[in-house]
Ligand binder design. Sequence first.
Ligand SMILES: [Fe+2]
Length: 455
Amino acid sequence: MDNGAVSTLLLGGSEAVRTLVNGIVPAGSMREYPFDLNILVELPADLQPACIICENPPADISSIELAQMFRANYPNAVIYFVTEDRKEFDRKTFKKNGFTDAFLMPVDRGELSISLRRALVRITESRTFRAVKLIDLSEDTVLDFQTYVHLPLNNKHICFSNAGRPMTAERLNRLRKKEVGSMLVDEAEMSKFYNYTATRLRQIGASEQISATEKREKMESAVRDLMGGLFNEASKGNSLEKGRGLVTDCQQIVRSYIVEGGGGKNDWYDKILALGSQEEGTYGHLSNVATFASLFSMGLGIGDPEHLAMAGLLHDVGLIQVPEEIQLKELNQMTPEELAAFQRHPRASVDVIKNWRMNIPEIVTKAIMQHHERFDGSGYPEKLSGGEICPEAQILGIADEFDELVTGKGGVKMTPSAAMRCIISQDKEKISYGRFDPSILLALGKIIPCESEAA
Ligand SMILES: [Fe+2]
């Protein structure tokens, strides 16, 4: 890109979006414009920005017309609509009418940031590659994206498999024998990788050609592959970014598993995210718990991964009825009244969901109601124990506890590996309270490689 070239146009920039864009777009290559049609129609055709970010225009200007005007002038640009208005937000309609994509703030903040980075990568022509684990590869696997490997000797990326062609036996062997490093995918094609992974997970789960044992082994190994990098202590010093990238990848895979896998009928995932997320922090927690619970469900063969994702997104919606000052306290700092109010939140979540009149399977409601119950009877609200607690609630509880430990909600932030070790070994010093079902923890220990002590 030439010096001084404009990569991004921002219309009606709110402080939050301006800050986000400034953190991504190279200095000096973003231009801001007000919603003034006299100015906008006069923008030069040779501007050719890579990206146009359009926030909510005033009532007398139609966002759709803006999108179509920009589309006509700048056919190669990606045009994003960004709004905080959740009532009017319908991603599909925006996309149908000229926008490349639409984002609801603040819940889609992370996704907007990733999409913007990708849009900019395309114009700088400096490709970014991501190391991925491709699950369940075989000789007849045909990927719709190209894969690469890195040759460290001359620091080059070479093509490993071509889009649309089967993987050859020779290449697969080299991969299995670890003669080549990680498989890499062009950052711009990551959505195809998510779709491939989600589709394979669906296919393995639904396959009638393989035995139950084989199915279980394949799912265990797929989840181990997908989540393994998170638990690799060696990558710890490498950067937190690496971990974040992997969590985002897992989220996108689970989202794709549900949204695309449901034959287009499962739009509840995005709807619930928009409904249930009051702020960014909550969004991260709900989305992480949904992702981990769904992957644990796949890997352990317990419950339906879709149910676990739904329960993950909804499990804490009842917290809106608990004052924030109580939520910020540790359980042992709360007065008895505060503790009682806080411990009502699983039931409150179920009540909130009923008010939404959403069609929620009974097992999802049950898992939400029981997500703080513990195997030894030390949980709440009903102090259930052992087999009184459904396995789905156990998985949800483990995912919830895991996310709290890695995000440091309980005070100390742990690496994913250390957090999982605490949960599996039931380290009473570190985890908040109570125990999980030992047989589930044992099975989890088999798919999560976190036995080694942190260096
Ligand atoms: Fe909770």
